[in-house]
Design a protein around this ligand. Structure first.
Ligand code: 1HN
Length: 356
């Protein structure tokens, strides 16, 4: 093949500079037609020195969320919607159904007598109960009745349906990892013919079998926790005891992570969750890590400073801290925060970092 030659002007003259730029551009235009591009033009933006995030720090106040979710109850039934959920959209990513780049967050309501029909999907879900009492979720054959503060797991491909046999609406926060699943383009979902699954275990079986310091003979070999519902009734007293014992981290308060009791590892391979209690007047030291985090205030009130933004929170408010941004919690009263992030996924990939 003939090689195009250009007459070289003397080095360093304006003409030579112009000429090389023009030659490069002509080259880029030619290789673009062959679906190629020069790495050196984009290297710094594809391999950044530090994390770059589009996620904006943001708080959704429960007063607004609850009244709008209740209003949605007059517009569509749970059956029609399949899941009657209002998405908590990160303000920097409207239209993408994301709270962070990897996590979806939404608030779901089930009214008395309603059923959200059985289905399953590749993406894992967690629920954190905000309001109501006595609605249930059935997961993998266990029907679990839920109360505020309960943390409920629906792992990858587990069949699940919800219903409300109480006389009050129930609202909970849904967090799903589908933005990450969709990044891998690995989404599957299927529906069942019957709207509710037949349950084979009693309410609380999985917590009692696996969460009591004994383990059933036989082995649980799945890569997620066998426990369906980590009840607030059991978890709250633990962080309260830690607080009383003075086991209070300067950044995270008196905090536990929800664990798979078989392995001691995270509850799901893709998402991890924590519960923290803060003493009244707590003023935390700043912290940052590469996992963008969704917080829920369960009790109390306070402020989380993220960079130069202040997020004020009270009961059932949900807020988001972006990856690698410094944040610090302040609690005006004794407070409890639930949090969830993609830390286990990042750790499994070897990319998770925390820092000063
Ligand atoms: C889903 O299946 C549920 O099962 C809730 O309750 C929220 C958001 C996106 C996709 C699937 C549920 C969801 C969801």
């Amino acid at each position: 093949m003939a090689v195009a030659t250009a007459t070289k002007p003397a080095q360093g003259t304006p003409d030579s500079k112009h000429n090389i730029e023009a030659m490069r551009q002509a080259f880029y235009d030619r290789i673009a037609k062959k679906d190629m591009a020069p790495l050196w033009k984009v290297m710094k933006s594809v391999v950044t020195k530090e994390p770059v995030t589009r996620v904006a720090p943001h708080v959704w106040h429960f007063d607004d969320v609850k009244s709008l979710v209740m209003e949605s109850g007059g517009l569509i039934t749970a059956e029609e919607a399949e899941r009657r959920v209002l998405i908590l959209e990160n303000p920097a990513m409207h239209g993408e159904s994301k709270a962070t780049n990897t996590l979806f967050a939404g608030v779901q309501m089930i009214m008395p007598g309603e059923v959200a029909p059985a289905h399953r999907h590749a993406s894992s879900a967690i629920r954190f109960v905000l309001d109501g009492k006595g609605a249930y979720t059935s997961v993998d054959g266990e029907k679990s009745f839920m109360s505020p503060g309960d943390f409920v797991i629906t792992a990858n491909w587990a069949p699940h349906d919800h219903g409300n046999t109480s006389d009050v609406p129930m609202l909970w926060l849904d967090v799903l990892d589908f933005p990450a699943v969709n990044f891998y383009e690995a989404s599957f979902a299927e529906h069942f013919d019957a709207p509710t699954q037949s349950t084979t275990r009693e309410d609380g079986d999985s917590l009692s079998f696996y969460g009591s310091g004994v383990l059933p003979d036989g082995s649980w070999t799945k890569n997620y926790t066998p426990v369906i519902n980590y009840t607030y009734e059991r978890t709250r007293p633990i962080v309260e005891r830690m607080l009383k014992a003075g086991d209070v981290d300067k950044r995270h308060g008196a905090r536990v992570h929800y664990a798979n009791p078989v392995t001691g590892g995270p509850v799901l391979p893709t998402m991890g969750a924590w519960l923290a209690m803060f003493p009244k007047g707590f003023s935390g030291e700043p912290y940052r890590s590469t996992d963008g985090t969704i917080f829920v205030c369960v009790e109390g009130q306070g402020t989380t400073t993220v960079g130069d933004k202040e997020l004020h929170w009270g009961p059932n408010d949900v807020f988001v801290v972006p990856p690698w941004k410094h944040y610090a919690h302040k609690a005006a009263e004794q407070s409890v925060l639930f949090s969830i992030s993609d830390r286990p996924a990042q750790k499994a990939l070897g990319i998770w970092r925390e820092g000063k």
